[in-house]
Write a protein that binds this ligand. Structure first.
Ligand SMILES: Nc1ncnc2c1ncn2[C@@H]1O[C@H](COP(=O)(O)OP(=O)(O)OP(=O)(O)O)[C@@H](O)[C@H]1O
Length: 394
């Protein structure tokens, strides 16, 4: 949907002069600073897929706002291209640009003004007014959007009657009412207290599970980034330090900077079963012979194993004990010693949830896809290792 290629922004110098310096300089940032400019974004490339919630994360001054302002051309890039559905935004004429900003993109900011003397419904409909939608339709769509953000009952109220968190929801409703293809959210929840912030994050995820908008979400909070982002791009000093899924970034921070960042993250919520799963020591298929399976099991430290059908789908669990009994009885058929009551999770399940499901089972927690194919297992030791924060010097 979006492709950014080598996007660069220099403030405070004419674009031509800035490009000359950038082309020649070894240390681009220093050379721009020496010439009296600011290199706010330096050679940033990324792709955002349709329906992806793409997080841009970095500390204050890392270039996040400048970058997203280039996406809707509120800021002109000094160099590089941004393509929207294959069209270079820089090459768009006035009319095309207006259509992009009015119909296809919508922005939600940290601080946005509600009109105090207008109802919540009118406030939510505001974006549609500027887009020339007739009044009747505006109000209907505003009501729908208010309903989506949990403010269905508040259409007739005035802003002063709403808490800060609720007002921020009106901002989201205002953006949603325009039914944009892409939502650009610049630190939208940063001014909220932790509880409201959490509630808004959950609401956004819920909306996203239904509507699957393409969302560019800017934050300086890594926990927020981890909770929301399908992928996260970490910026520092205007350059990309790392781009990956939350679990990838936690598991393999690209450098000390990212490592320091992730050391504060709630790993039990940020990491998923899929990110730490391993191969099971042993599996067998339903057609195997119980005695020979037991023999193999005895050569491993495992107390049981998953039994699969020919398509690698789990049909149940066999414990060493059940296998021993079967072998002692001369029973050869594995199906007879299967237990079909076992705990399993999907790849995206958080480790916090996995902890709840892990008990005294003879097999580690299974990670299955929707057709019950065995993707891997999450042993308790792996889970603890992953959740434990690495102390310095480890
Ligand atoms: N209009 C401007 N003129 C000059 N310098 C600018 C301008 N806008 C931003 N900058 C500088 O560019 C750099 C990146 O700023 P930017 O606002 O994009 O970062 P940010 O990560 O969004 O920070 P914050 O979270 O504080 O908004 C900073 O050094 C900033 O001072």
């Amino acid at each position: 949907m979006f492709q950014a290629r080598n996007v660069t922004k220099v403030f405070g110098l004419p674009a031509g002069r800035a490009r000359e310096i950038l082309d020649e300089a070894e240390d681009r940032s220093r050379a721009i600073t020496a010439a009296g400019g600011v290199l706010a974004v330096d050679d940033v490339s990324f792709d955002v897929a349709q329906g992806e919630l793409f997080v841009i994360m970095g500390l204050s001054g890392s270039g996040k706002s400048t970058l997203i302002r280039m996406v809707n051309r509120l800021v002109e890039p000094t160099a590089g291209q941004i393509y929207y559905d294959g069209t270079d935004i820089a090459a768009m004429g006035e009319a095309q640009l207006r259509e992009l900003r009015n119909k296809r993109l919508s922005m939600v900011f940290q601080h946005f003004a509600l009109f105090p003397h207008r109802t919540i419904r009118d406030n939510a409909a505001y974006g549609l007014k500027t887009r020339g939608v007739p009044r009747h339709e505006r109000l209907e769509r505003a009501d729908q959007a208010l309903h989506q953000v949990g403010l269905g009952q508040w259409g007739d109220a005035y802003p002063e009657e709403l808490s800060g968190g609720m007002q921020q929801r009106v901002g989201l409703a205002r953006a949603l009412a325009t039914d944009p293809e892409v939502l650009i959210m610049d630190e939208p929840f940063s001014a909220l207290d932790p509880l409201n912030r959490r509630a808004m994050q959950e609401q956004l995820l819920e909306l996203q599970s239904t509507f699957r908008k393409t969302i560019l979400f800017v934050t300086h909070d890594l926990n927020e980034a981890m909770r929301l982002g399908d992928r996260i791009m970490v910026l520092r000093g205007g350059t990309v330090v790392q781009l990956g899924t939350g679990p990838q970034i936690i598991a393999q921070p690209a450098d000390e900077y990212v490592h320091d960042f992730v050391s504060d993250v709630d790993r039990s919520r940020a990491l998923t079963a899929g990110s730490i799963m391993t191969e099971p020591w042993l599996t067998a298929t339903v057609d195997d012979d119980a005695a020979s399976v037991l023999e193999k099991l005895d050569r491993t430290p495992a107390k049981g194993l998953y039994i699969l059908d020919q398509d690698h789908r789990v049909v149940g669990v066999a414990s060493g004990e059940a296998l021993s009994r079967a072998a002692a009885d001369g029973e050869r058929d594995l199906r007879r010693c299967l237990d079909t009551d076992y705990a399993w999770v999907a790849e995206g399940t958080s480790l916090a949830r996995c902890c709840h499901l892990t008990g005294g089972d003879v097999v580690p927690l299974a990670v299955l896809d929707a057709d019950k194919h065995l993707l891997g297992v999450v042993p308790k030791t792996e889970m603890l290792r992953a959740i434990a924060t690495q102390e310095e010097g480890d």
